[in-house]
Design a protein around this ligand. Structure first.
Ligand SMILES: N[C@@H](CCC(=O)N[C@@H](CS)C(=O)NCC(=O)O)C(=O)O
Length: 510
């Protein structure tokens, strides 16, 4: 077994963790604390006299270079047809990029990391002269990468290899370290693809927690970008969200009917793991959120219907067609089906979650969840579209919720979990047991504590909507399920008007 010594938040260590995951390599992790200088300890210097991490030991072999660790792991992995093919020419190409990263790319990116991340973490100021002096080298190398990525999807072709992981790693805090990747469209597109990889997503949490969350607020997303965006800095609130404990031996369920003795069954209840989290005001980046990347996006949307929200048939006749054209226009879908809506107000708060009738009027849901699972969404398409379902399901189908305030949101806003920080293993099923059928939602846990990044848009108004992607049949790394929940905003005024919103559920066909 490979013994791996690293601190998951550093560039070269994250590279190894993400690469080993891509290669599906088993290893024993010896976690170290880079910021406490454990790499300089006497014991560790016996392993790596360079006093750097990562290092890996396999019996009498010690490897002290991150890229060499990945090459060795690949040599012993059964999953290398794509990640590190055995063909010698292909390998030589990948090796070239691995050496390019270690000899040139790492150091030019690291200059930015030192100035914009390390310095602010230590209470210092970035030295712009150093960045200016480095700019020709960074731009030259970024240009080379950009040209290459204009020819290929990933660095050496159609598949992700360990070279992609190696080259993405020095860029892993690109916003905070202010790498100007927006000048290099192919590079930017490729990095977006890397961010969708499960191996990348699983290793993001440690970077977020050990570095990005500790940065002064105006540095975390790159002060340069922020000052461009209304000059606003990042603001967060601390609030409680109801996650769910995943039990090995028990399903998570809600029964919507009583047994013969008039009792609801005693089960592993959803929402039984309340956790305090940071929820960040997303207004300064409102235009950047994308439902394919983050799982949600924010849009202007003014409806000509502004009337009796409790009148179901009028909502259907007036609002639904507007939602259909909005979604066609926004997503490029060929066809859109709006199939139900829910009005949520606190006035309905006394209604039990198990109440089966009149589900169009409910209290805001304070459970971290996603409305569909990979199984339940296609079932819903079949229920709603009968004979046409098989044909429609042979192409891309996605489910979107359109969340629209009915008046300015001053309490109980909606929080969205950034899908780039929530790997698939953080979602598990909640079974909704009705007398006649069983439905499925996802509820969520944080396998890596504090790893989820949460966003909200305080003060949203009735001419804005959030699109939430609750299912996507496409499995190419784009966001498929977004966790979301209403939450008690600690900054709301005690006399704030109750939140009123409508959530419209739709299926879009491409
Ligand atoms: N070329 C080495 C570089 C390793 C390296 O520089 N590691 C950093 C963390 S990413 C380190 O341990 N630096 C030592 C220090 O700053 O004390 C590799 O790719 O593994």
């Amino acid at each position: 077994m490979l013994e791996v010594y690293l601190d998951p938040c550093t560039i070269n260590c994250r590279k190894v963790l993400a690469g080993l995951d891509l290669l599906d390599t088993k290893y024993n992790l010896h976690e170290m604390n880079y910021f406490k200088g454990e790499q300089k300890s006497e014991d560790f210097i016996k392993i790596n006299p360079m006093a750097t991490i990562p290092a890996a030991v396999d019996g009498d072999l010690t490897i002290t270079e991150s890229n060499a660790i990945l090459q060795y792991a690949a040599d012993h992995s059964d999953h290398v047809e794509k990640a590190y093919p055995k063909d010698t020419k292909k390998r030589a190409e990948i090796n070239t990029w691995l050496l390019w990263e270690a000899s040139a790319w790492f150091s030019t990116c690291y200059t930015h990391v030192v100035q914009y991340v390390v310095q602010p973490l230590m209470g210092g100021e970035p030295n712009e002269e150093i960045i200016k002096a480095e700019a020709p080298q960074w731009n030259k190398l970024a240009g080379i990468l950009n040209d290459q990525l204009g020819k290929t999807k990933y660095i050496t072709g159609d598949d992700v290899t360990i070279a992609d992981i190696a080259i993405a790693s020095p860029m892993h805090m690109w916003e905070a370290s202010r790498l100007p990747i927006d000048k290099y469209p192919n590079l930017q597109r490729w990095y977006g693809d890397i961010e969708k990889l499960p191996s990348w997503q699983k290793t993001q949490g440690a970077v977020q927690k050990s570095i990005l969350d500790l940065l002064p607020k105006n540095q975390a997303n790159g002060g340069a970008q922020q000052s461009k965006q209304n000059g606003t800095t990042e603001n967060s609130v601390r609030a409680t969200l109801n996650y769910t404990k995943a039990l090995d031996d028990q399903l998570t369920e809600i029964y919507f009917y009583e047994d013969a003795e008039g009792k609801y069954k005693n089960v592993n209840e959803p929402g039984n793991d309340a956790q305090e989290v940071n929820i960040t005001d997303g207004w300064h980046r409102a235009k950047e959120f994308s439902y394919d990347k983050h799982g949600f996006s924010l849009h202007d949307f003014s409806s000509s219907y502004n009337g009796a929200w409790e009148d179901e048939s009028r909502v259907k006749n007036h609002l639904y067609p507007e939602i259909v054209s909005f979604l066609k226009h926004t997503t490029g879908a060929k066809e859109v089906l709006v199939f139900d809506h829910t009005i949520r107000t606190k006035k309905n708060a006394s209604k039990a979650i198990t109440q089966e009738s009149n589900t169009t009027q409910r209290a805001p849901v304070r459970l971290v969840h996603c409305d569909y699972t990979s199984e339940s969404a296609p079932v819903r398409v079949k229920q709603l579209l009968g004979d046409r379902a098989d044909d429609l399901l042979s192409r891309r189908v996605a489910f979107f919720n359109v969340w629209k305030p009915l008046a300015k949101v001053e309490e109980m806003p909606l929080a969205m979990c950034d899908v780039t920080t929530s790997p698939p293993e953080d979602y598990f099923k909640l079974f909704l047991r009705y007398r006649e059928r069983t439905g499925e939602n996802y509820v969520m846990r944080q396998t890596t504590p504090n790893s989820h990044k949460w966003w909200y848009f305080p003060g949203m108004t009735s001419d804005q909507v959030i699109l939430l992607k609750t299912f996507d049949g496409e499995q190419d790394g784009r966001a498929r399920f977004v966790g979301h929940s209403a939450f008690e905003d600690p900054t709301s005024k005690p006399d704030a008007p109750e939140r009123e919103s409508i959530e419209i559920r739709t299926i879009v066909f491409f």
